[in-house]
Ligand binder design. Structure first.
Ligand code: FAD
Ligand code: UQ1
Length: 410
């Protein structure tokens, strides 16, 4: 049994960032992070790993090296939340009691919800950028593709980085164009959604881009089965219920995603299973000493590391206020961002809020494909992540955006 002033569950983007901030504030011995993994991944790089632009090894660091020196690392998984007793039970038997709790355990990938998965990943031509296990298979599939049908999927659930399923299609299209395979390829984007992207401004631009580049978008097509020995993928049309079989030569799969099982059965969950927090303050709606941020939270915005950065600034202020017996003051506007890589060397930097209105940082039209934004995504962001966000020194671009607007506008 151990007691901490603050217990953080999860040592991903959100957990480590919060650990750095609160470790500095509260001092050694007062903050712990519960995290079972040996490796911490910078997942946004996986788009570029699957696209053959970066190597997988560049995307990870030893967890021990990113764990803040001011926190105690409990190297175990959380197994039970008992918020009425301010208690977290861990897989190694440790019981942690706390004054305050931050839940930041990410979301779970549900490959098994698609018939034939994950077994189909044993076959060539099947990849998925969302998992450390399968991301390298994506680029192998792209390299080995010599023509035929290439399919990229988007599932019927909310996912992290909602742009990633199409970014890899753009990189593959670009790779095949450069390698004289493109004229032998039929490329399709089979998405469960009725739109190519949730924000109107970017959706219009991307739909035109797909048309120009002959990338066929099949809306409301939800992947339900992969039959790898026949190289067939079965989709359900979500409006008609019709089952449609597509032969493929390569397929990139974005799995359904949802809250971790552990959360679903805990008193912290909302009706779906996410940690039930106030969308502005990030404070739990029933347990005032509990906060959540990142992919496992109920915050109704697009789940990204960029959103985590903005949320961590708000969370730090509001939890600090609670610790001082004051009311939380800061309000999160839903800021999130998705660098939509459109080919090697080009990127549209989408940034938006809860109302799906653009909230762009730079004083240029970010709806245009730009080389500067590619540079930002490929070369600046990894550094900003490792040395800014994880060290608790990056709370998103809000301050800079306002500075560049000279105090006018949002
Ligand atoms: P994670 O970083 O996933 O961390 C969750 C942590 O919790 C993990 O370390 C896990 O081991 C731990 N955990 C799980 N279960 C338990 C348990 N029971 N007990 C204790 N710990 C547990 N975001 C962007 O901003 N820009 C991008 O361009 C971008 N591109 C992406 C591309 C891809 C292919 C992917 C997969 C993601 C991308 N993202 C991007 C999204 C971004 O990576 C996530 O939104 C971000 O990592 C969320 O942080 P998190 O801390 O909530 O979850
Ligand atoms: C961001 O803050 C962030 O987290 C560190 C990302 O994840 C890698 C992003 O992709 C983006 C775009 C941002 C936002 C940052 C700027 C400078 C617009």
């Amino acid at each position: 049994k151990k007691h901490y002033k603050l217990c953080i569950v999860g040592g991903g983007a959100a957990g480590i960032s919060n650990g750095s901030k609160f470790g500095r504030k509260l001092g050694k011995g007062n903050v712990c992070i519960v995290e079972p993994s040996e490796v911490h991944y910078y997942q946004p790089m996986w788009t570029l790993v699957g696209g053959g632009v970066k190597s997988f090894t560049q995307s990870g660091k030893a967890m021990a090296d990113v764990m803040p020196l001011t926190v105690d690392w409990i190297k175990a998984g959380a197994e039970e939340f008992s918020p009425d007793n301010n208690l977290v039970r861990c897989s190694d038997g440790t019981e942690i009691t706390y004054d305050y709790l931050i839940v930041a355990m990410g979301l779970s990938l549900q490959y098994e919800k698609i018939k034939g998965l994950p077994e189909a990943f044993q076959y060539d031509g099947v990849g998925s950028n969302f998992s450390a296990k399968y991301v390298e298979k994506t680029f192998r599939a792209i390299q080995n593709f010599k023509g035929g049908n290439a399919i990229f999927t988007f599932p019927n659930t909310p996912i992290k980085c909602a742009g990633a399923p199409q970014k890899i299609m753009y990189l593959a299209d670009d790779f095949w164009t450069r390698n004289n395979v493109r004229d032998k390829a039929n490329i399709s984007y089979n998405t469960a959604l009725p739109v190519v992207f949730g924000v109107k401004k970017y959706a219009e631009i991307l739909a035109k881009l797909c048309e120009r580049r002959n990338l066929k978008i099949n809306y409301r097509h939800n992947l339900v089965e992969v039959i790898p020995d026949k190289k067939e993928a079965v989709f359900e049309h979500l409006d008609t219920g019709e089952k449609i079989t597509f032969p493929y030569d390569m397929i990139h799969i974005t799995p359904p995603m949802g809250p971790p099982e552990l959360l679903k059965k805990s008193p912290l969950a909302d009706a779906v299973g996410w940690v039930d927090v106030d969308k502005q303050t990030l404070q739990h709606v029933r347990y005032p000493n509990v906060f959540s941020t990142g992919d496992c939270s109920s915050l109704p915005t697009s789940k990204t590391a960029a959103a985590v950065a903005a949320q961590c600034g708000i969370l730090y202020n509001n939890l600090s206020a609670i610790m001082d017996s004051q009311e939380p003051q800061k309000k999160y506007d839903g800021y999130t961002s998705c660098p939509l890589v459109t080919r090697k060397g080009k990127c549209i930097l989408a940034e938006f809020d809860y109302d799906l209105q653009p909230l762009e940082t730079f004083p240029v039209d970010q709806g245009k494909e730009r080389r500067t934004m590619w540079h930002l995504k490929a070369n600046v962001m990894p550094e900003l992540y490792w040395t800014g966000l994880l060290k608790g020194r990056w709370s998103g671009p809000g301050f800079y955006r306002k500075a560049m607007r000279l105090g006018m506008g949002k």
